[in-house]
Ligand binder design. Structure first.
Ligand SMILES: *[C@@H]1O[C@H](CO)[C@@H](O)[C@H](O)[C@H]1NC(C)=O
Ligand SMILES: [Ca+2]
Length: 258
């Protein structure tokens, strides 16, 4: 369209030059420019060899072309900044049980325990003279030890104060006849010891026993039988002894908290 306009304007301007040349009567000397000799009879009707017109104005921008094909894949970009912390997820199921741990450190030292004094009971006694009487408790009146005075030489009996398990033992010199001794617990014989004496000799009879006693129980020794079995003897250099002690007390829960 613009091209047509430029052609039309150029055509009109060319005709005006043609008239001026006609008035000057000047003939072009350059044969190259003089494409066609002007015809006097028909001035400017067929002569197109005018000066080229000025360029036209720039046209309007054309429409955008079609999108090109996708280019090759670019390099990997830098890592983005960390996002905000998300909400706490739901609690997962319990995991498997772990291995056994190391032993812990020792605990603190316990408080001072109560004194064992109140659970003491022991005695060790002996004879000072031979025992003439039979079927009565042998009274040991030589005291090696009787702190708690649980052995009573007036009766010849050990009287239990602390319930528990007790150990008793006796070592008797036998002279000048047989000795048959029985250990009693509350008027009942528990154990017998018998020694046959031999002339011009000196024997020993001994025995030991463990008994559980309640408070008030009594334990003693006595000759079992008639005088022929009364050979329990003692003098300054030949002792006959009777000993006993609390092996361990029966402590109830109440006693322990007392
Ligand atoms: C008692 O033992 C002593 C020696 O230790 C002895 O000389 C004495 O004869 C003994 N008593 C009896 C009755 O045998
Ligand atoms: Ca003997």
């Amino acid at each position: 369209m613009n091209f047509l306009w430029a052609l039309l304007i150029g055509f009109l301007l060319g005709g005006r030059f043609c008239q001026a040349q006609d008035e000057d009567q000047v003939e072009p000397e350059d044969p190259v420019v003089d494409v066609h000799r002007p015809d006097d009879r028909q001035p400017c009707t067929q002569w197109m060899g005018g000066v080229p017109g000025t360029p036209g104005h720039s046209g309007h921008p054309g429409r955008d072309g079609r999108d090109g094909h996708d280019g090759p894949k670019g390099d990997k970009g830098d890592s983005g900044e960390p996002g905000e912390k998300g909400d706490t997820g739901e609690k997962g199921p319990d995991g498997p049980m772990g291995p056994r741990g190391f032993p812990g450190t020792p605990g603190l030292k316990g408080e001072r325990g109560e004194s064992a004094f109140m659970y003491r009971s022991s005695f060790s006694v002996g004879l000072t003279d031979p025992v003439p009487a039979t079927n009565v408790p042998i009274r040991f009146s030589k005291f090696f030890h009787n702190e708690q005075r649980h052995y009573d030489d007036a009766t010849g009996k050990f009287r239990c104060v602390l319930p528990g398990v007790y150990f008793f033992t006796y070592h008797l010199t036998v002279y000048p006849k047989d000795a048959r001794v029985s250990l009693y617990k509350n008027d009942r014989t528990v154990m017998f010891t018998y020694d046959q004496f031999q002339d011009s000799n000196l024997d020993q009879a001994s025995g030991s026993i463990i008994l559980r006693l309640q408070a008030g129980d009594e334990v003693w020794l006595q000759v079992y039988g008639e005088e022929e079995f009364g050979g329990v003897y003692a003098d300054n250099t030949n002792d006959s002894t009777f000993s006993g002690f609390l092996l361990y007390p029966d402590i109830t829960t109440g006693d322990r908290r007392r």
